[in-house]
Design a protein around this ligand. Structure first.
Ligand code: ADP
Ligand code: ASP
Ligand code: MG
Length: 412
């Protein structure tokens, strides 16, 4: 007998029929003798619908009130799934985040979990019930409802598994595992048998939304056995593992390719090149609470330099205003902005032991005449910024260049 936490995403509970199928699945695990805690998302599209409703009333929604609205999506699903289980004769009980007491900080719409009181859950499990918990939500010390950021139900699942020391956390979704890249963009993407926490964290941070970043952080920190699986198709899925040296020998150089369209680029021209210039440019940006991702400073010719950096697209307007003011203060040249960019990243722990990975990437992009605007590297990833319209092409050619393509099936 094992204790299993099963998380079902939005499309997996997207209709009454699917909720029924999820209940059938949970029932099978129970009948096999396992204790089951289920975490569910809102029905697909519901969170977006609620955000839209809020915006109609208040274009920049008040964060506390927005959380009060958003948490209702998951509250509906826990009730429906519990009823579907009861209807099948399976004892079940639903809990909101606040009823469990998933204690978070007070950062509305992006709260972090601080503590989970697992006593009530244990008592319900001991009484033989399936416990159905609302994902994506918690409560702060003052009793305000909070939410954990988009995709946050993954984090609820992993955090509960950590708190309960579950034998496994299973993330059920609409793909049958973690792929070499988003299978919606590259049909020849391959399912990975396993991927390390470290690689998965990079993939998630660099744009692969199959798991929320914080869920991977949690799983790594508390060593939660984590598996991504298809909700309605049988299969082994993908196991997220610790870095084991033995299999590292046969590891491919690149495990996956991540991408995102969430960033925008800002350039300031003709900045006096002197000590402290980066601080004078980025100080006001960080004072405005804007996070900077990639940074490039050009070599100067005439004692002035160009300086380019990227921010989240949602913060582009704010960053542009701040930088324009800074340019005026410093007597610098023009400020340019570009929101039509995309970031493509190759990720793999195999990079540590192989040279020439970056140049292979650049060569593949050059062959397609794709211009690289910015580059950044770390031990296990190389990221480039390119024009957004080439994104899908870039991902496809890199997928081939690093020999990640699945073999073409004979029945295709
Ligand atoms: P859920 O609603 O179950 O949480 P998500 O939409 O959040 O599902 O995540 C699953 C989706 O993530 C897939 O449909 C897929 O398009 C996308 N995705 C992006 N990158 C990858 C990847 N490397 N492997 C698998 N899926 C990926
Ligand atoms: N319902 C939330 C969202 O759409 C949380 C989740 O699905 O994980 O982002
Ligand atoms: Mg998700």
């Amino acid at each position: 007998m094992a204790l299993i936490v099963q998380k079902f995403g939005g499309t997996s509970v997207g209709s009454i029929e699917r909720i029924g199928q999820v209940a059938d699945k949970v029932q099978r695990f129970r009948e096999a003798g396992h204790e089951v805690v289920v975490v569910v998302s809102a029905m697909s599209g519901e969170t977006n619908r609620l955000i839209e409703l809020a915006r109609q009333v208040m274009p920049q929604p008040d964060p506390r009130e927005l959380d009060a609205i958003l948490s209702t999506g998951e509250q509906v699903t826990i009730g429906l799934l519990s009823m579907a289980l009861l209807q099948r004769g399976v004892p079940a009980v639903s809990f909101t985040g606040s009823q469990v007491r998933i204690l978070t900080d007070s950062a509305h719409t992006k709260a972090r979990i601080l503590e989970i009181d697992e006593a009530r859950l244990r008592a319900e499990l001991a009484a033989g019930r399936v416990v159905v918990v609302a994902g994506f939500q918690g409560v702060d010390a003052q009793g305000n409802i909070t939410t954990l950021g988009r995709g946050g139900s993954d984090t609820t699942g992993v955090a509960l598994a950590a708190a309960l020391k579950a034998d496994e956390c299973q993330i059920y979704t609409d793909v049958d595992g973690v792929y070499t890249t988003d299978p919606r963009v590259v049909p020849r993407a391959r399912r990975l048998e396993r991927i390390t926490f470290e690689e998965m964290l990079e993939m998630a941070s660099l744009g692969s939304k199959v798991l929320q970043i914080r869920s991977v952080e949690f799983a790594g920190k508390y060593n939660v056995p984590l598996r991504v699986l298809h909700s309605f198709k049988e299969g082994p899925g993908t196991l997220i593992t610790l870095d084991d040296q033995e299999s590292a020998m046969e590891q491919p150089i690149i495990s996956g390719i991540a991408f995102n369209r969430d960033e925008a680029k800002l350039t300031i021209r003709g900045v006096p090149d002197m000590p402290g210039v980066a601080f004078r440019l980025l100080g006001p940006i960080s004072a405005a609470n804007i996070e900077v991702d990639m940074i490039v400073q050009n070599v100067s010719h005439d004692r002035t330099t160009d300086f380019t950096f990227t921010v989240h697209r949602n913060e582009y307007d704010k960053a542009l205003a701040v930088l324009t003011q800074t340019a005026a203060d410093l007597g610098a040249g023009e400020v340019l902005g570009d929101t039509q960019i995309a970031k493509v990243s190759i990720v793999g722990v195999g990079m540590r032991s192989h040279a020439g990975v970056a140049s292979r990437m650049f060569e593949a992009l050059a062959r397609e005449n794709i211009n690289i605007q910015m580059i950044s590297t770390s031990e296990i990833k190389v990221s480039v910024v390119i024009e957004e319209k080439y994104l899908e092409l870039a991902v496809r050619v890199l997928h081939s260049a690093f020999e990640l393509d699945a073999p073409i099936r004979m029945d295709e």
